[in-house]
Write a protein that binds this ligand. Sequence first.
Ligand SMILES: [Zn+2]
Length: 106
Amino acid sequence: MANKQKLADQIRSNVEMAKEGDKKRKGGKTGLPKSASSNAYVAPHRHCSVCNCPIALKRDPPICGEVKCLDEYETRERQRKRWNMLLYIAPAIMVGALVLQLMAGA
Ligand SMILES: [Zn+2]
């Protein structure tokens, strides 16, 4: 069967191509050049969590110097803390209700 032979050849060449692609992808996850001499080089940095301006990598809290960003960040932080508290309090209330029910039944 000539047709089958052709198909097998095609599959083999596809496998070869996939292997090649793997080798190329291993270099870096982003595809961005790592050396500072390249035009497309991007220095390691992070972004303001409010306005996404590039800021220093070790900046903490992760915001730029803008006052509105600081306000927004603090508001978000408060909301996050409230949610975290709620996540602990809600199961505690449920367990408490269960215990009360068990005590009332006994
Ligand atoms: Zn900002």
